[in-house]
Design a protein around this ligand. Sequence first.
Ligand code: SF4
Length: 364
Amino acid sequence: MKTHAIIPIFIPHLGCPNDCVFCNQKAITARMQPLGKDDVRDIIEKYLPTLSNRGIKTVEAAFYGGSFTGIPIRLQQEYLSVAKEYKDKGLIQKIHLSTRPDYIDSAILDNLKSCGADIIELGVQSFDEEVLRLSNRGHSRESVFRASEMVKDYGFELGLQLMIGLPGDTHEKSIRSAAEAVKIKPSIARIYPTIIIQNTELDHMYQRKEYIPLTLEDAVRTAKGMYLILKNSGINVIRIGLKSTDIINENGQIIGGTYHPAFRQLVEAEIARENLEKQLQEIIKSSHIPDKKSQKNFNEKTPPVIGFYSNGPSFSYMIGNRKSNKLYFEKKYPHVRFTFHVDPNLANQAYLAAPIAHYGSLFR
Ligand code: SF4
């Protein structure tokens, strides 16, 4: 059951004079009415009733979109004052915003502190200077370290957003970016694959054949490597992949890149599959399970049965997107029968493979 909910408040490009090659915020902003204080209130009021009686313990008002701290301080205060009103009443617990690393200084942080903000996410995207330059990010890796230190020193929760598949990026560079992010020790992180949105500079680069997007397979491999580095360092990776609402706004048509509506599922499923296959190989090695259908001791009528187990929330990762893991094992090990089970005793994203007759004994 979800105990955490986010009320997203979309602040368009307003605060951002930049033009990152992949970003279509400017086009969206041109079509949107500027957000007023009452709009923020309306959004919060609209969401709150939908969150009651659902066992939700933490509600966050989250300002997304452009670069929040790039907008005039007076406007930041206006928006935040509404969120703080709800926080003071105990109706929301945290105020969350995202911005650029070069839009952080002590005046900005003093203001955010006095306005009750709790979480600051920095759009880092990459720690590689060439990738930052080719993506027209307009900030350096040094500014990320500096801003992150300041955010943490002020006592805010820090989040870092990383992207894969930007111009000039490689698998190795992305993996290094995840390792650099770990050094900063943020509490949360997000991993976004690059997508090409119509009429962005990236779209033009793509049309001129100056940019080649990652294949979905490569994007999953890179995101998986980064995710494991971050997760194994105790960082809560709150998102992998874009939600359709992050990008699909009025004419924000995707031209290419690696958008997949269940991108996280693809990454998690691959991790689950590798984990289970490792255990399966051990079982095959240490028991009398034939490793091929053709072997003499294989009995078609009583094939060995291997159970795969996960808890409820991780079950869909274990099965894989469109049953990809189930199909993978059935195809690769046709001499084994696989069964898939929920075991609530297992932790999230913990997977277990066991010959079906042996499973119970594991818990005795
Ligand atoms: S900093 Fe953010 S909002 Fe500004 S152009 Fe880049 S991606 Fe878009």
